[in-house]
Design a protein around this ligand. Structure first.
Ligand code: NAD
Length: 396
């Protein structure tokens, strides 16, 4: 079949296998063009390994840190006239590239919240890798079937407290408009915390510790976003922020639980990352407009980073140097400092009230936003023939 982007709202229902491979290779090439990490990594697990920040973390761990990696993600293979999901193709490209480079790589596809997948991970680590020195928690999911209660929790992307009337962007139409966002109920807030909060992260650490699969000095990080006050009504002060605050609670409890790790205490940190275009972030109202303005301002200032560059900076400047990490008062590692720099935020805030559908191209970077969005699904890579027939199953 010939694969073209088919966009429905904030998702693209097709993915290009060769384009996804090109995306993975481009990220590997970037990491290989940089100095290797000062501290090599031995065994690393990434939960949410197939796209966005998780994929970039796995690429850094493997190709910059020399690590054997185990990745877990929830992706769909091709069937009938449907392509596989982008993450499915990304995983294949990563595994092939890692093995070609002599690196151990195992990928497990399934629901990371479930006990079955946890058991499969334990078995795989015992058989093929051994104790972990780093676990990256990078899941972004709208639902979680709770393994103990069987309850299905669905997250809500809503303000907390009052209704919010706020500027947003219809990316498809390139239209800037006001949207009304209804506040979440208490139940919706609790459900969002159940899906995106820290409980599952803790379950993972507990089961790995009990199975003796944490190496001395083991580290674990979970990714969060705080961002600009402009997005707080729908992010940091909203349901998602409530869930992310729960990660801070979990980080403290995990660190305590790692104090007695044989051979050396462990450490859990939340990492605050910058805003980028991923499948997860495209679904959040207001964020695409903020990101369009932010990208334009950061590109003009020369401080814009692609996902892989941002995560390389995290690994090279922070995780490799625990003694000099840029921590905030809550113990979070901050690599969102470039996004939140005064000069950048002042300019984004100056543009925010001024931006309209008519001047969006001038004040914001909608083209950059759209290009990044298509790249998630493997579209827009030089050297890929998008008119050629492809086998969406990759012969599997
Ligand atoms: P993404 O959508 O690109 O990737 C999500 C990953 O989670 C995929 O690998 C997917 O397969 C996996 N996943 C989802 N549900 C799963 C399940 N049940 N079992 C196993 N795997 C599952 O997301 P992203 O934007 O890279 O987000 C990763 C983390 O980074 C999130 O915690 C997010 O809040 C955080 N973050 C994102 C941004 C941003 O701007 N995108 C900014 C800061 C922090």
């Amino acid at each position: 079949m010939i694969v073209k982007p088919r966009i429905r709202g904030f998702i693209c229902t097709t993915a290009h296998p060769q384009g996804c491979a090109a995306s993975v290779h481009e990220q590997i090439d970037y990491v290989q063009s940089q100095p290797k990490l000062d501290k090599p990594l031995k065994n690393v697990m990434v939960l949410g390994c197939s796209g966005g920040f998780g994929l970039a973390s796995r690429i850094n761990a493997a190709f910059s840190g020399g690590a054997a990696t185990l990745g877990v993600s929830f992706e769909r293979e091709a069937s009938g006239n449907r392509t596989a999901t982008a993450g499915f193709y990304n995983n294949i490209a990563f595994d092939e590239a890692a093995r070609a480079a002599g690196l151990t790589a195992h990928t497990i596809d399934g629901d990371a919240f479930s006990d079955e997948i946890k058991a499969q991970v334990i078995a795989t680590l015992k058989e093929h890798m051994g104790p972990l020195d780093l676990l990256v928690y990078s899941l972004a999911s709208p639902v979680r079937a709770h393994p103990r209660t069987g309850e299905l929790h669905r997250s809500a992307i809503k303000p907390v407290g009052e209704e919010v009337n706020i500027k947003s962007l219809n990316v498809d139409k390139g239209e800037v408009m006001m949207v009304d966002l209804e506040p979440a109920t208490e139940e919706e807030i609790a459900n969002t915390v159940a899906v995106m909060g820290g409980e599952d992260w803790q379950f993972w650490i507990d089961i790995l510790r009990e199975a003796d699969l944490l190496a001395p000095g083991f580290r674990t990080v979970a990714y969060t976003y705080i961002g600009s006050e402009l997005t707080w009504p729908i992010y940091w002060e909203a349901t998602l922020g409530a869930a992310k605050l729960d990660l801070d609670r979990a980080a403290g409890e995990i660190t305590q639980s790692l104090a007695q790790l044989p051979g050396g205490a462990g450490q859990a940190n939340v990492v605050t990352l910058k805003a980028v275009v991923t499948q997860a972030s495209s679904a959040i109202p207001v964020v695409p407009l903020y990101v369009s303005l932010l990208f334009k301002v950061m590109k003009e200032a020369g401080s814009h980073e692609e996902i892989i560059e941002h995560i390389y900076r995290l690994f090279a400047s922070q995780l490799s140097h625990p003694e000099t990490m840029n921590l905030d008062e809550a113990g979070r590692i901050r690599v969102d400092d470039w996004e939140l720099a005064d000069g950048i935020q002042d300019e984004v805030k100056r543009r925010w009230p001024l931006v309209t559908t008519e001047n969006l191209d001038e004040l914001g970077d909608l083209d950059g936003y759209k290009a990044d969005f298509l790249k998630i699904f493997g579209f827009g890579f030089a050297g890929v023939d998008y008119e050629a027939e492809v086998d969406p199953t990759l012969g599997r």
